[in-house]
Every structure is written in C-alpha cells, then in structure tokens.
Design a protein around this ligand. Structure first.
Ligand SMILES: Cc1ncc(COP(=O)(O)O)c(C=O)c1O
Length: 362
C-alpha cells in the first residue's frame, strides 16, 4: 500500500480492526488452505457451514445470548428491519409503541404505520433530538404488541442511559450503531437488530436476535423472505446469505473474544469517548449539543457555531488523515464516529488536530 491508512471517523461503513482485515487478506484467495476464497464458496459447503455456526456461537458467547433466542444473519440492512419488525410482531392487536429519538427511529415508526396502529409515545424532535426522553411502563399501551426504541442515535450522538421498562410487552431495539460496544442484558429485549457496517463487518449483513416466542406470527401474505421463522428454521441459509460479510463478522466476534470480550471493549470505548467529550467541554471553540447524560459512546457530535468554519474543519481534518468528520447531511456540523475499531491513538490525533485548529481559528 502506498498511502498510510487514515483514521476513518465515518458513521458507517466504518473502520474494522486492522488485524481482522490483515487476516482476511491473508486468507482471501485460499481460505485456510481449502483451495477456495470465501467469496467463491458455496453457502452449503462444509467450510461455510462451519464459518456460519462459529460466527453464531462466538456472538452468543460474547453477548451472552440465552438459549431461547435465535440469532439470524439477514440482508436488507436496518431499513428492512423497519418493516420486518411490524410484519412479524404485530401479532395480536396490531398496536405498536415507538419512542422517536432521531431520524432512524422516525423512519422505523413511519414504516410500521403502513402495517398497523403506531403510537409515538415520546419524541425529542422539538429539540433536534438532543436528548433521550424518559419513558416509563405506564406510558405504553397495555395491549401494545411491542415497544420500539433506537438505543444509539447515530446522527444526533445520543444513547439511552437506561433500558426502558415495558413489563410483558416485548421491547425491540435498533442497535445498528452500538451493538458490541457495551455490555447489554439481552433478556431485557424481545428482539434486537443491527446492520453490521458500523461495529461488525462490511455492509450487507444484518444481525437479528429474537426471542423464540416471537417467531411464527407473520401473516400468510407476508413475503417468505420477511418471515423471521423461515430464517430461524433454516439457520440463516434459507437463501444465499451474504457469506463474505458473515465471515468477516465472525472474525470480528473472535477478535472481541480474544481482547477480553465486550467488557474490555466497553472500557476502551468509555475512555475514548470521555477524553473527547472532556476536551470539547473544555474548549472555547467547540460545543456538543447533546444532553450530557445521554451522550453516545459511538458518535460524538460537535459544532463551532459557524457553518463555514465547520466545513474548513472537515476539509483540513481530511488533509491531516482524519477522514469523514462531517456531520450527517441533514444537520451539518461535525461528527466523530469512534466505533470499536477506532484506535485510542485515532482519538488522540483528533484531539491534537482540534487543539491546533482552535488555536489557528480563534
Ligand atoms: C441507528 C440506525 N438504524 C438504521 C440505520 C439504517 O441502516 P441501513 O443503512 O443498514 O439500512 C442506520 C444507518 O446508519 C442507523 O444508524
């Protein structure tokens, strides 16, 4: 490679652990001496079956997923889950309660409205989603089929500091931008979904963790691919899955296991985020618009208050090897996504750059 690898602060797809990339590269043409690349391999081959079952087992181990949950590797991203969740889980009354904490949560609710009776129980839209509203069990309709939350809000840089209590109503969580970043108690959820392209793998595979009693409720008119039970009954190989992305995901799960599991990952993530937020809070140029208690460990959003200066920051950052520091196109400003694979040195380099930029642009 002629050019050094940059620190890539993209919100997704984003950085993967370098050791995983190197290992994948070493096995690219001939996977573990089997004579084929994973890119060419039949999804029914014994080699791929082992890749798939190892990936599932390692994910179960690191997330501590109980036996009564199925793990599925699907396609269609988080976006397809916005439809699959209501199509499978609106199984009794057709009512679903959504907490709207960002643009993705809003899209999820809007999609579900196509299929049933959706209530927005709480929203922080009036303050550009700068905080997580507090929701209690009494806020949900007793006969709701499920409650949906977006645990980490990629665009606005917030995350739930608590898991809402929903009693017997299954809690569904979009964890696209924080899965594997911190320890979570899977038993608190009926269903968890996450597109892989932030903390797990290249884009193209979506992880679904679903409690078994929630399987088998899709109506007959639901397209076959959109029925979770089909995938659960066929071990995520009803049709051709995204073999390569599943393989890389499996390597990432092994990597996390080897460094001490999600607890170790969480510690590193907390240190990285703390350092960056502390610096932003102490600076005179940058401000972070999110409520302190709700700040994301993964997506750190900040602004200078001057749109032109923000643009200059992003351009100069890129020139300094700090890529993709622009905020989401809908809100502008800056966003440093510091997912699992962003090394601590990347955050140190960013803070050094921010200090230099502040001194030069007072
Ligand atoms: C929290 C969240 N949910 C859903 C999505 C949509 O995911 P996908 O592009 O995989 O459909 C994103 C994308 O960034 C996201 O951040």
């Amino acid at each position: 490679m002629s050019k050094e690898r940059a620190y890539n602060f993209s919100a997704g797809p984003s950085m993967l652990p370098l050791t995983v990339i190197e290992d994948v590269a070493a096995n690219l043409a001939n996977y573990e001496g089997c004579g084929e690349s994973v890119m060419e391999m039949s999804h029914r081959s014994k080699e791929f079956k082992a890749i798939l079952s190892d990936a599932e087992q390692n994910l179960r181990d690191i997330m501590n997923i109980p036996e009564n949950y199925k793990v599925l590797f699907l396609q269609g991203g988080g976006t397809l889950q916005f439809a699959m969740v209501p199509l499978n889980l609106m199984r009794n009354t057709g009512k679903a309660d959504y907490v709207v904490t960002g643009a993705w949560a809003k899209k999820a609710a809007k999609e579900a409205q196509k299929f049933g009776d959706v209530k927005i129980v709480a929203s922080s839209e009036e303050s550009t989603f700068s905080y997580i509203p507090e929701v209690k069990k009494e806020d949900f309709r007793e006969d709701a089929d499920y409650v949906h939350i977006t645990l980490n809000n990629t665009i606005y840089g917030t995350r739930y500091p608590y898991i809402p209590e929903t009693g017997d109503i299954p809690l569904v969580a979009d964890m696209s931008s924080n899965i594997l970043s911190e320890e979570i108690d899977v038993t608190k959820f009926g269903l968890i979904y996450a597109g892989a392209q932030k903390n797990v793998a290249p884009a193209g595979v979506t992880i679904v963790i679903i409690r078994e009693d929630l399987l088998g409720h899709a109506k007959e008119t639901v397209p076959t691919y959109l029925d979770y039970k089909i995938h659960a009954d066929n071990d995520s190989a009803y049709n051709t899955p995204n073999c390569f992305a599943i393989y890389v995901a499996g390597e990432v799960f092994k990597y996390i296991k080897n460094i001490g599991g999600i607890a170790a990952m969480q510690k590193m993530n907390e240190e990285k985020a703390q350092k960056l937020y502390d610096y932003i809070d102490s600076s005179e140029l940058y401000t972070c618009p999110t409520r302190k208690e709700d700040r994301s460990l993964m997506n750190v959003v900040f602004v200078t208050g001057d749109t032109d200066l923000d643009k200059k920051f992003v351009a100069e950052g890129k020139a300094a090897g700090l890529h993709n520091l622009g905020g989401h196109r809908s809100i502008g400003g800056m966003r440093a996504s510091i997912y699992n694979a962003m090394p601590a040195e990347g955050v140190d380099k960013l803070i050094d750059f921010m200090k230099k930029f502040e001194a030069e642009n007072k």
